[in-house]
Design a protein around this ligand. Structure first.
Ligand code: SF4
Length: 98
């Protein structure tokens, strides 16, 4: 991993087989194993920011203790539900245009 950020050199993920950190998205056992590697890591916040940043985005594998699907969800803008109030009484509703 030549383009890995400096902090990863001293992180727990640098001491495991790299395949451990890149389980298939549906491999729940593998994802848990990779997250256990991240759990004691002192760089988790920094790593997650790095992985989520558009400039340095890490698309695959577990980074910052989060799976790629979890990071995808974190990147999606939150859609605010459209708030509507109660319907006006029928007598005040406009008739549909003919
Ligand atoms: S949080 Fe996980 S992937 Fe990131 S540096 Fe630490 S051990 Fe590696």
């Amino acid at each position: 991993m030549s383009s890995a950020p400096d902090f990863m050199r001293d992180a727990p993920c640098a001491r495991v087989n790299p395949e451990v950190m890149f389980p298939a998205p549906a491999d729940h056992k593998g994802l848990d194993e990779a997250k256990q590697v991240c759990a004691p890591c002192e760089f988790r916040e920094q790593c997650l920011s790095y992985a989520l940043s558009p400039d340095t985005r890490i698309a695959d594998g577990v980074a910052g203790g989060k799976s790629e699907r979890e990071r995808q969800r974190m990147r999606k803008p939150k859609v605010r539900p459209y708030r509507i109030g109660p319907l006006p009484p029928k007598s005040k509703r406009h008739a549909p245009a003919a």
